[in-house]
Write a protein that binds this ligand. Structure first.
Ligand code: PAF
Length: 284
């Protein structure tokens, strides 16, 4: 695996790959990698791309400075994992390389309500920060395909909108969420769960699975929402929201017939760790 910290060196390497007429599959990450990230790299490789992965803990997407501070950082382990799963190129820049002091790198995107609902309501500014860094990384890497996980469903909708606003030729591929044996969605934040909350955390996925069963059996969205919030609370966790939304507009649905794609999305506090997860109730 080739590894670069400096944009120019990365770009020289990518240009040489382009001469070999290969497509570039890009996997942006913030490190603290797990099997879910590995699966993104493997999918990109399996689909015939040279794989480029970035590790960059982006300060502009953390609305809470304590969250940025506590974000797990495991660079040596990450590099070993990427090499093991056959990642071709790693880009691991310092902050000054992504946001140079003498350049203003801040495109403003208009996401309408997409960045004010759900995660956006609880993490103001978060998605502008995500769009800022993803657009910057796309400018640097110039990939053909961008691979992102479904666990951050709203993020994938935001990035899709960002690509449209930029009129970008990059294709976004949304990859399935990887789960632990007990159903907990894999996340870099899981390492921060105490043993007690690690035991309680699978209740999030159980609530999502129950929501799917209830939806298949004709329960209304508002009934499902209430049952799910109770289930999560009864498990000793603190839900922030459990919303049933249209898969494209992210607006809450009142009836299942109103949308082709319906996703149940939730954010839950497990102690001082915030977990998010989702499931398609219809379409997908
Ligand atoms: O999902 C993440 O890890 C981050 O939001 C991303 C897409 C790498 C941007 O920093």
């Amino acid at each position: 695996m080739f590894s670069f910290e400096i944009i120019k060196q990365l770009q020289t390497h990518i240009t040489s790959l382009r001469h070999q007429r290969t497509t570039i599959g890009f996997i942006p990450t913030m490190g603290a990698l797990h099997a879910g990230h590995a699966a993104l790299v493997q999918q990109a490789a399996h689909e015939g791309n040279q794989t480029v992965c970035s590790i960059f803990v982006n300060p502009t997407q953390f609305n809470d400075p304590r969250d940025l501070e506590k974000y797990p950082r495991t660079p040596h382990k990450d590099i070993a994992l990427l090499a093991k799963v056959g990642c071709d190129v790693l880009f691991i820049p310092p902050v000054a390389e992504v946001y140079p002091e003498n350049e203003v790198i801040n495109r403003a995107f208009d996401f309408g309500h997409l960045d004010t609902v759900m995660e956006g309501a609880f993490r103001p500014g978060h998605f502008q920060g995500v769009a800022q860094v993803v657009s910057r990384l796309l400018d640097i890497v110039q990939p053909d395909i961008l691979y992102m996980g479904q666990k951050d469903y709203q993020q994938t909708v935001i990035v899709k909108s960002m690509l449209q606003q930029l009129d970008s030729p990059v294709r976004l591929v949304r990859c399935p969420t990887l789960r632990e044996a007990d159903g907990l969605a894999m996340s870099s934040r899981n390492v921060r769960l105490t043993p007690d909350f690690r035991q309680k955390a699978p209740a999030v996925y159980q609530a999502l699975l129950q929501a799917k069963t209830l939806a298949d059996n004709g329960h209304s969205p508002s009934e499902i929402q209430q049952i799910a919030l109770e289930k999560i609370t009864n498990a000793g966790l603190k839900p922030e929201y459990f919303d049933l939304v249209d898969g494209e507009t992210l607006l809450p649905i009142a009836r299942f017939n109103d949308s082709k794609n319906i996703v149940a999305c939730t954010a839950v506090w497990a102690g001082d760790v915030r977990l998010i997860d989702n499931i398609f109730l219809k379409g997908g």
